[in-house]
Design a protein around this ligand. Structure first.
Ligand SMILES: NC(=O)c1ccc[n+]([C@@H]2O[C@H](COP(=O)([O-])OP(=O)(O)OC[C@H]3O[C@@H](n4cnc5c(N)ncnc54)[C@H](OP(=O)(O)O)[C@@H]3O)[C@@H](O)[C@H]2O)c1
Length: 247
């Protein structure tokens, strides 16, 4: 079997980094993108030791033109694309009281435009090949507006709904769209939080995500406990949300 050509954003840390290691062990050709190029090169070195071939790209996913350039470069470097994983993302509070929209806008642009900027340029090639897999990292936080994190919840809901729409469009070209909705995964993004139910290690999370992709899942919520919590989260009254997310 030929090596899979996989492009991952946010590969310098956390889930993206562990996806890179897991795919490297499977002998993949990897395109790794993030802003911290030094850190990315360290990840790439570990991937090579594990058996993967790597190309690294210093990229801010909010930059539309740079994202186009990088995706086209990866198509040349790797000779095509099989899977694109739009994983780069940031958390943080809205800081509504500051009167400055910069905080929330940074979250929205990274988590939403960071997906469209990376995924859309790969679609013409996938259409021509009549194959490909688009993977979008959403979150369980995208099923209800959580206190002080409206930007984050809103961004993760937006990409989940976008993926749902794209799935309809792209199925006829045999392009699959998988939306991943993790609960709490042990990465730097959750460093300052004290309440982390069902916390999962990033290496295990990466394996679970790859399994969901391979099985052609449309939406994958994990760890499994969240598949019970999410439907409840969607219908419980506001006062419960306040109690649940104010911790
Ligand atoms: N950990 C969780 O509990 C959890 C739960 C649900 C969903 N998620 C989602 O999972 C994804 C990965 O997060 P993580 O937990 O692995 O957090 P992380 O360890 O903080 O990793 C975030 C990654 O995104 C990259 N990134 C951030 N802003 C970027 C930008 N403007 N341009 C390019 N790359 C950028 C970072 O690289 P640079 O800083 O080097 O650019 C880093 O590699 C995110 O979308 C997050 O929302 C995480």
């Amino acid at each position: 079997m030929n090596s899979q050509r996989i492009f991952i954003t946010g590969a310098s840390s956390g889930i993206g980094e562990h996806l890179a290691y897991a795919y490297a062990r499977r002998g993949a050709i990897l395109g790794l993108a993030a802003r911290r190029i030094d850190r990315l090169n360290e990840v790439a070195e570990t991937c090579r030791e594990a058996g993967g071939k790597t190309f690294t790209y210093e990229l801010d996913v909010r930059d539309e033109e740079a994202a186009k350039r990088v995706t086209h470069q990866f198509l040349k470097d790797a000779g095509g694309i099989d899977i694109v994983i739009a994983n780069a993302g940031i958390g943080g509070k809205d800081q509504l009281g500051s009167g400055d929209p910069a905080h929330i806008n940074r979250i929205l642009s990274t988590n939403i435009l960071g997906v469209t900027n990376i995924v859309v340029p790969f679609i013409p090639t996938m259409k021509n090949n009549r194959s490909g897999n688009i993977v979008i990292i959403s979150s369980v936080a995208g099923f209800r507006g959580l206190i002080a994190h409206g930007g984050y919840s809103g961004s993760k809901a937006a990409v989940r709904i976008m993926a749902e729409s794209w799935r309809f469009n792209l199925a006829r070209f045999d392009i699959r769209v998988t939306t991943i909705c993790p609960g709490f995964i042990d990465t730097p993004i959750v460093d300052n939080r004290s309440f982390l139910p069902f916390l999962m290690k990033a290496d295990l999370a990466a394996e679970k995500i790859i399994r969901a992709i391979n099985r052609g899942k449309k939406t994958y919520i994990f760890p499994w406990q969240w598949r019970i919590v999410v439907p409840i989260l969607r219908i419980i009254p506001d006062w419960m949300i306040k109690t649940f997310t104010a911790r």
